[in-house]
Design a protein. Structure first.
Length: 255
């Protein structure tokens, strides 16, 4: 089983490095398949994401691929939303069985949304870019903060959304910014969000530290290998295949 966790981290890291999406979308369902409770799977995956993406922030910052103003606007919505969601869960004293059922349902919903975003990305970008142009540069901070609020709640309850959904939202709001800059910005935003949410779950007992270390031991080399091959393999079949897989898993969890 210990080797299985490392192999799972290696596989997920490889897919993330290759396609840019799929971290929480794949890792949390895999942990459920291993028999980990939904609450522990979400909490562990959140800190797993914070650690793995922190290294990406350093690289993107050195390459000037981060718009810190947009990152700040996203965080204005996401971090308070994550804290409020965690506080509400703690205050309500939700029974473990009910919390696991809630996390399972939200996780399935997040997977379906992620699959939809991957499959219909070109259409969403076209529609979003048209409406974003009407807002102007100064009018986009509040929709950005609102996106942050939605991501804060979704990520806290499912550990999914900061990657594929967050990046897509930024593409829709800021269609003229370079892709590398938008991706770097979302990675920079994901670190404080997943760190705050992950530490909150840890405080509630939803974290397995040894499991986290085993996942990281596989994912870090996996991300490096996938990133090295990213420019050599076409994602015309990788992304649809990933979307279909996420949709199947998400549908099973919701239904």
């Amino acid at each position: 089983m210990d080797l299985g966790y490392t192999v799972a981290g290696l596989a997920v890291g490889f897919i993330v490095g290759l396609t840019g999406v799929g971290g929480g979308s794949l890792m949390t369902p895999i942990l459920l398949w291993f028999g980990i409770s939904p609450a522990t799977a979400v909490g562990t995956d959140l800190l797993y994401a914070a650690v793995t993406k922190a290294g990406g922030v350093v690289v993107h910052h050195r390459q000037r691929h981060i718009d810190w103003r947009i990152t700040w606007h996203l965080s204005l919505g996401s971090v308070p939303a994550a804290l409020l969601t965690l506080g509400l869960l703690s205050w309500l004293h939700v029974p473990a069985q009910v919390m696991d059922a809630l996390f399972r349902f939200v996780l399935g919903l997040a997977l379906l949304l992620t699959a939809f975003a991957i499959l219909f990305k070109p259409w969403l970008l076209k529609v979003g870019g048209h409406h974003a142009a009407k807002l102007g540069a100064d009018g986009r901070w509040w929709p950005t903060a609102l996106v942050g609020v939605m991501l804060g709640v979704l990520v806290t309850l499912s550990s999914i959304g900061a990657g594929a959904l967050g990046t897509l939202a930024l593409f829709m709001l800021y269609p003229t910014l370079p892709t590398s800059r938008l991706v770097g910005t979302e990675i920079a935003h994901a670190v404080p969000l997943t760190l705050v949410a992950g530490l909150g779950h840890a405080g509630m007992g939803h974290l397995d530290w040894m499991l986290l270390l085993k996942l990281l031991s596989g994912s870090l080399p996996g991300i490096w290998l996938g990133s090295r091959l990213a420019g050599r393999l076409s994602d015309h079949w990788l992304r649809p295949a990933l979307a279909v897989m996420l949709a199947l898993v998400g549908g099973k969890l919701v239904l």
